[in-house]
Design a binder for this molecule. Structure first.
Ligand SMILES: CC(C)(COP(=O)(O)OP(=O)(O)OC[C@H]1O[C@@H](n2cnc3c(N)ncnc32)[C@H](O)[C@@H]1OP(=O)(O)O)[C@@H](O)C(=O)NCCC(=O)NCCS
Length: 133
């Protein structure tokens, strides 16, 4: 099935409603429910990679990068009906290809930490965060 999935770069085909449906189903919890805010997040991202199967959005990844040293993977979600088929891994490969030479940081969740470990990511201890407040 994975060979029938088309991977795209950019916002083509995306709508806030499609993004929010995928987040809800994956699930990927994001404290944003206003459609214009979701769209702003995507417009302001350096890189968006999407996966499509038979016209349906089945995967999404969003990255902020300086293109030289550092990249931050903000979101990664795969439609639950097609999870476990290699789409998430391929999306990470697509991101790494486009952010080559930079280190890729991300926040994980309990359900996805083993996924990143499986893909060769290293857990770091020296990260700090200020909440949005
Ligand atoms: C995490 C997620 C993106 C993985 O995508 P996916 O398409 O299901 O993953 P893949 O099929 O590409 O899996 C790649 C490898 O990781 C393994 N894997 C996938 N999800 C895993 C998980 N939750 N825990 C452990 N291993 C996992 C697969 O078995 C596969 O291993 P293999 O190479 O030995 O076959 C997807 O499950 C998802 O959208 N989850 C909900 C949202 C989420 O948690 N996003 C991450 C936010 S930080």
């Amino acid at each position: 099935m994975i060979h029938e999935v088309e991977f795209r770069e950019g916002l083509e085909g995306l709508t806030p409603a499609r993004i929010m449906t995928l987040y809800r189903r994956a699930p990927l919890i994001r404290p944003v429910d206003a459609q214009e805010k979701v769209w702003e997040m995507y417009e302001n991202s350096s890189l968006v990679v999407t996966a499509w199967h038979e016209g349906h959005l089945v995967g999404i990844a969003r990255v902020l990068t300086d293109g030289v040293l550092q990249s931050y993977l903000c979101d990664l979600a795969v439609e639950p009906d097609v999870q476990g088929l290699g789409i998430g891994k391929k999306m990470i490969d697509e991101v790494l290809e486009r952010c080559k030479g930079t280190e890729l940081l991300l926040r994980d969740s309990n359900i996805s930490s083993s996924f990143y470990e499986r893909l060769g990511f290293l857990r770091v201890e020296n990260a700090w965060m200020r909440t949005a407040g």
